[in-house]
Write a protein that binds this ligand. Structure first.
Ligand code: ADP
Ligand code: MG
Length: 323
């Protein structure tokens, strides 16, 4: 969404370092996220893409401190926010990092009025607000997402899916966040209103300098809104690059498989296209485990030495062909 100035060194708002997340106890313990590292720069939209069950939501929840990490750490503005943190930092993070969810119907309390739904976060973080001040904040947030202040007195079921997602966004905005995790924010919406919600998010980002983590299973949506994209497969990042670089030079076979499923604008190509299937059994790694490495500036891939050499040759060949 935001076009960053590539001449300036970029400031990381979020740093995820060797993050591990496990579920279950003892023998049934299962590592859903297995050593994931990435930075999210101030003002950018960072995409996290992968199929269902790959660990995307778990990463989002670990950043927002809903899930415990079992290894590694998360930094926000250079300060560690994973694990035990002091009260002041906790309060700050609770305010400044907000989440927007996939299914607005499920994530909004159906028995509460919009008024309460939008204001909820303020009760714990800004206890000194008077009722009138709180109401003013709610009205402002509703107008920011294109809803009428009068809607505050209604219930969620009185709204359409798109309007409910706007309520979900207002609920985040009322906190004056700096960083928003949007977990499949348009996946449950009618195709016809998806663009409206994306445009709203984009506008809010421009106006407020927001930073987004945009989680989705759908690369075709991410192409238009993400500055950079990380690809996750079974709890491991396999590739990370600028959106342009990822679409032009996808290196990892899993990325290529995902891309092969993205519809092309040209119907003639679309008919000829064969979807690729990624079979991880082809990759066996005895004594030569893949590691996370930066092959080109800003282009990371999970590869062992042999694979990395192959990828470098491919990049070299493409560059040579382009003169
Ligand atoms: N609270 C939880 N308890 C147990 N397992 C979980 C929990 N949350 C997620 N998982 C498991 O972790 C894996 C990753 O899930 P998730 O992060 O929701 O993936 P995604 O968002 O990419 O679909 C899945 O196998 C899921 O079943
Ligand atoms: Mg999910």
């Amino acid at each position: 969404m935001s076009l960053a100035d590539h001449n300036n060194p970029r400031e990381a708002l979020i740093q995820v370092k060797d993050l591990h997340i496990s579920f279950g106890e003892r023998k049934r313990r299962f590592e859903a996220v297995r050593g994931v590292s990435f930075d999210i720069f101030k003002g950018e939209t960072f995409g996290l893409v992968g199929e269902s069950g790959s660990g995307k939501t778990s990463i989002g929840r670990a950043i927002i401190r809903v899930y415990e990490t079992s290894g590694g750490e998360v930094l926000y503005g250079g300060q560690r926010i994973s694990g035990k943190i002091d009260k002041d930092l906790d309060r700050r993070v609770t305010r400044e990092i907000q989440m927007i969810f996939q299914d607005p119907m499920a994530s909004l309390n159906e028995r509460a009025k919009v008024d309460y739904i939008v204001a909820e976060g303020l009760y714990s973080t800004e206890k000194n607000l008077t009722r009138l001040q709180r109401q003013a904040r709610v009205h402002e947030a509703l107008m920011d997402v294109g809803l009428l202040p009068e809607f505050a007195a209604r219930f969620p079921h009185e709204f359409s899916g798109g309007q409910r997602q706007r309520i979900g966004i207002a609920r985040a905005l009322v906190m004056n966040p700096k960083f928003i995790i949007a977990d499949e924010p348009i996946s449950a919406l009618d195709v016809s209103i998806r663009a409206q919600v994306l445009n709203l998010m984009s506008k809010l980002q421009r106006e407020r300098g927001l930073t987004y983590l945009f989680i989705s299973h759908d690369l075709s949506v991410m192409r238009f809104i993400c500055d950079r994209i990380a690809v996750i497969h079974r709890g491991l990042l396999v590739e990370l690059a600028s959106t342009e670089q990822l679409f032009r030079f996808p290196l990892h076979p899993y990325t290529q498989a995902l891309l092969s499923a993205v519809p092309l604008p040209n119907p003639a190509y679309e008919r000829k296209k064969r979807p690729l299937i990624y079979d991880e059994r082809i990759h066996h790694y005895e004594n030569n485990e893949p590691t996370w490495r930066e092959l080109q500036p800003g282009h990371f891939v999970l590869a062992n030495d042999e694979e990395a050499r192959g990828y470098e040759d491919r990049i070299g060949a493409v560059k040579a062909a382009q003169g």
